[in-house]
Design a protein around this ligand. Structure first.
Ligand SMILES: [Mn+2]
Length: 415
């Protein structure tokens, strides 16, 4: 049994090239906060390393997109590395999907205490205390989209605590083939524990949620390996909190009813909010004319504008702000799928796509040629299975509305 003990910080997916997003439009008075949040959260990560007096920091990929990040992001990262050097904290950086280290500009040398894992083969770094090896940190950077299969990872001969770093999707079975005390994983924006026994494998998640679906606490992990036992604790670092709140409305509800429920529920959230600035997406379940109205993005924008008072200043520290309204797709009655109508055909087709996650639909082929084609294609691509399912449910709901012959004028019931 190993008698070495180390304490380190595990962070990933800082994405310093991103601003917060995922909304139809961002109110002008929130724009600065959307741009600053990834930096504030990342700074909190490095502050945590100093406050917790860790031995070293592991960055498990997606720190910043070297090709799209501006000078602010590169300058910020270098100054955080400087702070780490001042506090004698070494950094081990394993490239992920966006931060292939081979793309790092040669004219900007990384400081000596920042160790980058190569892309061609795994490399082991030894962390020493008084000339004694306390830990071996093994990793291999990804080359962009190429998956790391971990087949070349070898830990058998390593001394000290055995720590492995990788970016991607890994299952327990693959990871447990290796004699590793702690797997520091990157590539998931929400934290997740793959397993926690004597040894552990964890995704620490991103320091900040970037879109309405990345709700809840985001941060980094403080990991201790003592006598061969790994334990981890999460530290929250996010600057802005994303929250989703369900709202149930009766079938005959009007726009005024919806506005009133949002206002009531906002007050309740505001009274209990301790998470800092909180951005709320309302997941509205309703049917009838109001549901038809809410399928129109512009209508949702109008409602949001009328419930938030006119303002120019920055938000307050613990303010709760409504930023989006999303209509929950209604469950479609089984009978509808069996109908020998155009609607029935349509619903059966959508269901086939939903039931077969590998079936690809390429929305890009329906796009006309435009100069912003590249941007539109990337906006149309669905990165997660959840996003794909959600989109298909919305497609089915829209089909129900347009093909069932019960459609009323969109504007008809608007007050
Ligand atoms: Mn990422």
């Amino acid at each position: 049994m190993s008698t070495h003990s180390v304490r380190f910080l595990h962070a990933s997916d800082l994405h310093l090239e991103l601003t917060l997003g995922g909304l139809t439009s961002v109110p002008a008075w929130l724009r600065d906060d959307f741009i600053d949040a990834p930096f504030k959260a990342a700074e909190n990560v490095f502050n945590t390393a100093i406050n917790e007096n860790v031995d070293f920091v592991i960055l498990a990929g997606d720190v910043l997109d070297i090709e799209t990040a501006g000078p602010r992001a590169i300058d910020f990262l270098l100054s955080q590395f400087d702070r780490m050097r001042e506090h004698k904290v070494k950094v081990y950086w394993c490239g992920g999907v966006v931060d292939d280290p081979d793309l790092w500009p040669v004219e900007i040398a990384l400081p000596k205490h920042v160790h980058v894992f190569p892309t061609n083969a795994p490399k082991a770094f030894e962390f020493k205390r008084r000339d004694r090896v306390m830990a071996t940190i093994l990793g291999q950077s990804r080359r962009g989209a190429d998956e790391n299969r971990l087949t070349a990872y070898s830990m058998a001969a390593a001394s000290g605590a055995k720590i492995a770093v990788a970016h991607g999707n890994f299952d327990k079975h693959t990871l447990q083939k290796h004699p590793v005390d702690y797997w520091a994983l990157g590539g998931e924006h929400n934290s997740a524990t793959v397993y926690q026994e004597q040894s552990a494998a964890r995704y620490c998640g991103s320091p900040q949620g970037f879109s309405p679906d990345e709700t809840g606490q985001h941060g980094c992990s403080i990991v201790a390996i003592e006598h061969g036992r790994a334990s981890a604790r999460d530290v929250t670092t996010q600057a802005i909190n994303w929250h989703r709140e369900p709202l149930q409305l009766a079938a005959d509800s009007t726009r005024k009813d919806l506005e009133q429920s949002i206002l009531n529920q906002s007050q309740h959230l505001q009274a209990n909010n301790r998470s800092g600035l909180t951005l709320v997406t309302w997941d509205v379940s309703c049917s009838g004319p109001l549901a038809n109205d809410l399928r129109n993005d512009r209508m949702c924008e109008t409602i949001l504008a009328s419930i938030s008072q006119k303002r120019d200043g920055r938000p307050n520290d613990n303010e709760v702000v409504s930023v989006a309204i999303e209509l929950e797709p209604q469950l479609i009655a089984d009978g509808k799928f069996e109908e020998e109508t155009i609607l029935g055909d349509f619903l059966r087709t959508v269901r086939e796509y939903e039931q077969d996650p590998n079936r690809i639909f390429d929305l890009a082929e329906y796009l006309p040629e435009t100069t912003v084609r590249h941007e539109v294609v990337s906006a149309l691509s669905m990165s997660s299975p959840t996003e794909r399912t959600k989109m298909l449910r919305r497609v089915a709901a829209l089909g129900m509305e347009l093909l069932s012959g019960e459609t009323e004028s969109l504007q008809h019931h608007t007050q």
